[in-house]
Design a protein around this ligand. Structure first.
Ligand code: ADP
Length: 314
C-alpha cells in the first residue's frame, strides 16, 4: 500500500487539509470556510480530503498540523508554525521563490527564503487587522459586495481617494462616509486596496524586497490585492495555482520528510511543541491594535511599526 501524508492548516477563518503521496504529489486538497477556529471545520476539511483521495484515515502515515489552531488537531504527530509551513509549501509550488507574502484572515507575514526553500527571516503583523484578510472582509461588507467579487470591483476603480484610517474599525466608518459622499464603489474599493498594499509594503520593508515574490493565503485569491501589491512593490507578484493551501501543503511535505527521516511517529509524540519554536519564538502577546492611536481619520495612516514582529534565523 502506498504511503499518504496529511497536512492540516487550522487557520482563523478556514480549515485546510492536503494529502500528498510519497512522491510529494498532491492527492487531495480541501478548504472549509468556518466561523472561527473550529474543530468541526477542521474535521470536515480532513474528511473531504480523505474522500477525494479515496482513502481511509488509517491509510495516513503521518500528520502535521499548522495554523492558529494547530494544537487542536487530533492525531498530529507534530506542529509547525505557519511561517515554516507556508515557506515550505510555497517553495515547492513556486521553485526559486525568495520572498513569500502570506495574507490570511487575521495576520500577514513577509518571509524570506533561501535557495533551499528554508526560512531566512520573517516579519509578521498579527496584532492589527490592517493589511489582513479581515480588513478586506470589512471593505466587502461595507460595500455590500461578495468577497469573491471584491477584486474585480476594485480593478475597475480609476480615482485615488484618500483613505486615512487603517484601523479596521474606523476604516469602515470612513468607507461609509465616502459612500455617503457619492463616490463610486469601485473607486472606494480601489483606494482601500491601494492603502492596504502600502501597509504590506511596510511589512516587506522589514525583511527586504527580495525577488521572485509570491503572494499566498486567502487574500491572494483577490486579483486586485495582487495587482495593487505589485504596483506598491514595483515588482511582479506571482500567485500559486492554489494559494490558500500552501500552509497545509507545506505541513504535508514536512510529514512526508519526517517519516522518511524517522519512520512513522506515533500520535502525540511531540504534541504541543512547535518543532521550529526555538528558531522562531512566536510570542503572541495579544491582538490589540498596538500601532493604533485609536484616532479615526487622524491625518496620515497609522504607523504599524509596533504591530510588526521581525525574527531572524541568523
Ligand atoms: P486563515 O488561514 O487565517 O483562515 P486564509 O488564508 O484562509 O486565512 O484567508 C482568509 C481570507 O482570505 C479572508 O479573510 C478573505 O479576506 C480572503 N478570501 C477568501 N476567499 C477569497 C476569495 N474568493 N476572493 C478574495 N478573497 C478571499
Amino acid at each position: 500500500m502506498s504511503a499518504h501524508y496529511l497536512g492540516v492548516d487550522l487557520g482563523s477563518t478556514t480549515a485546510k487539509a492536503v494529502i500528498v503521496d510519497q512522491g510529494a504529489v498532491i492527492r487531495a486538497a480541501s478548504t472549509v470556510q468556518m466561523g472561527a477556529v473550529s474543530r468541526q471545520g477542521m474535521q470536515r476539511a480532513v474528511d473531504e480530503a480523505l474522500a477525494e483521495a479515496g482513502i481511509q484515515p488509517g491509510a495516513i502515515t503521518g500528520t502535521i498540523a499548522t495554523g492558529y489552531g494547530r494544537r487542536l488537531v487530533p492525531g498530529a504527530q507534530r506542529t509547525f508554525t505557519e511561517i515554516t509551513c507556508h515557506a515550505r509549501g510555497t517553495a515547492a509550488m513556486c521553485p526559486g521563490v525568495r520572498l513569500v507574502i502570506d495574507i490570511g484572515g487575521q495576520d500577514s507575514k513577509a518571509i524570506t527564503v533561501d535557495e533551499y526553500g528554508l526560512v531566512d527571516e520573517f516579519a509578521m503583523n498579527d496584532r492589527c487587522a490592517s493589511g489582513t484578510g479581515r480588513f478586506y472582509d470589512v471593505l466587502a461588507r461595507a460595500l455590500e459586495c461578495d468577497i469573491d467579487d471584491l477584486g474585480s470591483l476594485a480593478l475597475r476603480g480609476t480615482r485615488d481617494l484618500e483613505v486615512s484610517s487603517m484601523c479596521a474599525t474606523f476604516a469602515e466608518t470612513e468607507i461609509i462616509s465616502l459612500l455617503a459622499q457619492g463616490w463610486p464603489t469601485e473607486d472606494i474599493a480601489a483606494s482601500v486596496h491601494r492603502a492596504i498594499a502600502g501597509r504590506t509594503l511596510a511589512l516587506v520593508a522589514q525583511v527586504g524586497r527580495h525577488a521572485p515574490v509570491v503572494l499566498t493565503g486567502g487574500v491572494a485569491r483577490n486579483p486586485a490585492a495582487v495587482e495593487f501589491l505589485s504596483r506598491a512593490l514595483r515588482m511582479e507578484v506571482g500567485v500559486p495555482e492554489h494559494p490558500q493551501i500552501t500552509g497545509a501543503y507545506g505541513a504535508a511535505l514536512l510529514a512526508m520528510e519526517s517519516a522518511a527521516k524517522e519512520g512513522p511517529v506515533s500520535a502525540s509524540a511531540d504534541r504541543d511543541a512547535d518543532t521550529d519554536v526555538q528558531l522562531f519564538p512566536h510570542t503572541h502577546d495579544g491582538h490589540s491594535c498596538a500601532g493604533c492611536d485609536g484616532t479615526p481619520g487622524g491625518g496620515s495612516a497609522v504607523d504599524l511599526g509596533g504591530a510588526i514582529e521581525v525574527r531572524s534565523s541568523r
